[in-house]
Write a protein that binds this ligand. Structure first.
Ligand SMILES: [Zn+2]
Length: 324
């Protein structure tokens, strides 16, 4: 998890960001949809506070090592393996009275906090409002909307800035002959290191991506449905990736329609998507996205796989045809 942390800590943007956090309240919310970045920033922050060396963080002292290995007794992690429940909040409340053993402060790192139950969030209100002087709460959140307003108002909220492609190039390790692979993953990741990492190491991703792209550009009538659906069935175990990519391509068309071409994930196929966006109105694109969601729900509820896929492809054709 921490393999990018050292390089991130060398980037001016994140050095400055963490310096700003040092002046923050005892309870902060770090917001980002990039899991690897969230993980790196909270560790960077704690290392900066607890490193034993003059040049903080040194990455080698025993304190830095423990934070990196997630073995520090004064850093309690919640919400990683499973969502935070009221029992976890109870433990946080109890432990918040215990003095730190090794560090200057005691840190409660609450991962995926937006998935904590309402009861679990409520249970923390008091301890966040009236903390012991040695307690620090770091709430990691990808979607702020799911966090109770009463929690938000008691914390200082920091949105972590996204990477740009140059920064991603600096921190991501790839071999010389992997340049094309990196560029594709980078363009598709939209400044998100977690997405980049997932795509780069996912052998199947490009194959499924190309399949989705063909469905958009080449599927002109129902005679194409059989071939496409058999290719989708071949990738049955990756059906979530298929739905995700297909949705994101139609989202790209919506962005183009709204004039937000900079949000299109893969800028290399911008022209291709521009042509498609001229052939469809906004409502048609929205309806297709709805059909994809519906198909995804049906598959989760164990409906006939091939039937659902055939039906989805036919629906896409029908919606496209209607708006001509
Ligand atoms: Zn250190």
């Amino acid at each position: 998890m921490s393999k990018y942390l050292f390089k991130i800590s060398q980037l001016e943007k994140y050095k400055n960001f963490v310096d700003r956090l040092l002046g923050g309240k005892h309870a902060i919310i770090l917001q980002s949809d990039d899991e690897l970045l969230l993980d790196a920033i909270y560790k960077f922050l704690i290392m900066k506070c607890e490193c034993l060396d003059e040049n903080k963080p040194c990455f080698i002292c025993s304190n830095c090592q423990k934070i990196l290995d997630e073995t520090a007794v004064d850093v309690e992690l919640f919400g990683k393996e499973k969502n935070i429940l009221v029992e976890d909040s109870q433990k946080i409340v109890e432990d918040s009275f215990v003095l730190p053993l090794e560090f200057k402060s005691k840190y409660f790192v609450l991962n995926n906090f937006e998935n904590a139950t309402v009861q679990a969030q409520n249970k923390l209100l008091k301890v966040i409002e009236e903390p012991r002087e040695f307690d620090k709460f770091i709430l990691l959140v990808s979607n702020l909307n799911q966090v109770l307003p009463t929690i938000k108002s008691r914390c200082e909220i920091f949105s972590i800035p996204k990477f740009d492609n140059v920064e991603l190039q600096k921190i991501f390790d790839y071999k010389l002959n992997e340049g094309d692979k990196f560029n594709f993953a980078c363009q598709y990741s939209n400044g998100n290191l977690t997405t980049l990492n997932n795509i780069f190491y996912d052998e199947k991703f490009v194959e499924i991506y190309n399949l989705c792209r063909k469905i958009l550009t080449e599927m002109r009538n129902s005679s194409f449905v059989l071939e496409f659906s058999s290719n989708i069935i071949k990738n049955k175990d990756r059906i979530d990736t298929f739905f995700e990519i297909l949705t994101s391509l139609y989202m790209d068309i919506l962005y183009i329609k709204e004039g937000k071409t900079n949000l299109v994930k893969n800028q290399k196929i911008l022209n291709e998507l521009l042509v498609l966006s001229n052939e469809m109105n906004e409502l048609a694109v929205l309806n297709i996205i709805k059909e994809i969601q519906l198909a995804s729900q049906k598959i989760t509820s164990n409906a006939n796989f091939a039937g659902v896929i055939d039906n989805l492809l036919l629906k896409i054709l029908e919606i496209k045809h209607l708006c001509k």
